[in-house]
Design a protein around this ligand. Structure first.
Ligand code: FMN
Length: 436
């Protein structure tokens, strides 16, 4: 029988006014539960002794529309990531449209066991829609480890859709606080409900007051993206770790806090953990370009050298995984388009000035076409004397202000390649900026 007929989406008004008590250690326990995962063991062995601060901390792939898809999550988990978020799932569409539901979650297959721990992110403001999505996903094969509400997206579409960062400012914060309270009352005993927030444009004091209300409403975790909703695109700027530290000081005894923003390598991860006292660090754009970001590569300890896999190696690995676990298989990725977008991010620097290959990737319809492009890149790189050890993040740095460990960052030496209009056009096909 289809779940639609089964799922109880009715919201009963429960009289239990006392908020559910959050187990402060739930994220730590979740990380510990999966600590014997053979993919993680070598990382833990190498890194925990060297950097005790990393022990039991969450190293997290951020929710990313069409980009934190299943094969991307799996490749990151091969290189030290120990917790992933799905891309946001639009709760209203999920409730109302069977086609959307099928695309964004496979009720029958769930997500494979190697894709755990996993938190599903939802966006929306209507309790009925969100509860429907939660119950549907909870009842699917394998289940998941938590649900998160997107209160970070700064885009106009989020404003129109009444979700994302705008939710924090709606109705003096009452809407999000009510929503969390209701969700926690309904399903809080079954599954943690967390919230990913930005800092309010009106400042940290107002933000802290609102976060307090969200915590009091029963949220199980806050992820603090240390920027406000006006900090996007060219105005992205630094993430405010000072603010994140204040959040930890105020609420860190009650619930786990994750830090998000401005993570470009393991040095940043360690500095952020030490400085803010958070329970974990989430990366989005950095890990999108280099899925092995949570390992010891391009760090001071290895003199900034890329000692991890080269970007071409990772791209090939991603495409192999995507063949076995297509992004659209309950993975919320948009098929070959999603794969191509990943390839453009991974290979940003390799495609710089190589107009023809860039265009070929932008229109490739299958894995073999993509592999042929990778071969062409490999040959060109060889001819140009490319050294994988010298690779650094390039796409990630486009609107960043260098910070601490990356202060010495200088853009990679550009090879003598044309950067003509054709290249810019092909670039815009594939590298749309997304600031959620
Ligand atoms: C392609 C892309 C898609 C994103 N989609 C989402 C999303 O679905 N939900 C969300 O809360 N944030 C989303 N974000 C924002 C990131 O989760 C993260 O908060 C932001 O990029 C800052 O982290 P960073 O400095 O590590 O990039 C997205 C970001 C990118 C680059």
């Amino acid at each position: 029988m289809p779940l639609e007929n089964n799922a109880d989406t009715k919201i009963e008004e429960k009289n239990d006014a006392s908020p559910r008590k959050v187990d402060r250690q739930w994220i730590k326990k979740l990380i510990q539960k999966h600590s014997t995962d053979p993919r993680l063991v070598p990382y833990y062995k190498e890194l925990h002794e060297k950097y005790p601060i990393l022990k039991d901390k969450a190293l997290v792939v951020a929710p990313m529309v069409d980009q934190s898809d299943l094969p991307f999550r799996l490749i990151c988990r091969n290189y030290g990531t120990n917790l992933c978020f799905t891309p946001m799932i639009h709760a209203k569409m999920f409730h109302q449209k069977e086609s959307y539901r099928k695309k964004f979650w496979s009720y029958v297959n769930g997500t494979p066991p190697e894709d755990r721990p996993l938190i599903v992110q939802l966006c929306g403001s209507d309790t009925t829609n969100i509860l429907y999505a939660i119950r549907y996903i909870l009842k699917s094969k394998g289940g998941v480890d938590g649900f998160d509400l997107n209160c970070g997206c700064p885009q106009t579409i989020a404003k129109r859709g009444n979700y994302g960062a705008f939710l924090l400012e709606k109705d003096d914060g009452n809407l999000i606080v009510d929503l969390v309270e209701k969700l926690v009352r309904e399903v809080g005993n079954e599954i943690p409900i967390s919230v990913k927030v930005r800092i309010l444009p009106s400042g940290l004091d107002d933000s802290l007051k609102l976060y307090k209300r969200i915590v009091d409403a029963g949220a199980s975790m806050l992820t603090i993206h240390g920027r406000n909703r006006l900090q996007k695109g060219l105005n992205t700027g630094k993430a405010d770790w000072e603010a994140i530290k204040k959040v930890v000081e105020q609420f860190g005894e009650k619930i786990p806090i994750l830090a998000n923003g401005g993570i470009s390598n393991l040095d940043d991860v360690r500095e952020c953990l030490e400085f803010t006292g958070v329970d974990g660090v989430m990366s989005s754009e950095g890990i999108l370009e280099y899925p092995a970001l949570f390992s010891e590569t391009n760090t001071r300890a290895v003199e900034g050298k890329r000692t991890g896999p080269s970007r071409l190696q990772l791209t090939r690995e991603y495409v192999d995984i995507a063949e076995k676990h297509p992004p659209e298989n309950g993975g919320q990725g948009n098929g070959i388009r999603c794969i191509r977008t990943h390839c453009h991010k991974f290979l940003h620097e390799d495609l710089n000035g190589r107009v023809d290959i860039r265009k070929e990737i932008a229109v490739a319809q299958d894995h073999e076409k993509l592999r042929k492009c990778f071969q062409d890149i490999e040959e060109l790189n060889k001819a140009e004397g490319h050294v994988a050890e010298d690779e650094v993040l390039a796409w990630y740095m486009r609107h960043r202000i260098p910070r601490r460990s990356s202060e010495e960052y200088s853009p990679p030496k550009k090879l003598q390649r044309a950067n003509n209009n054709g290249d810019k056009k092909a670039q815009s096909i594939s590298e749309d900026d997304h600031d959620s």
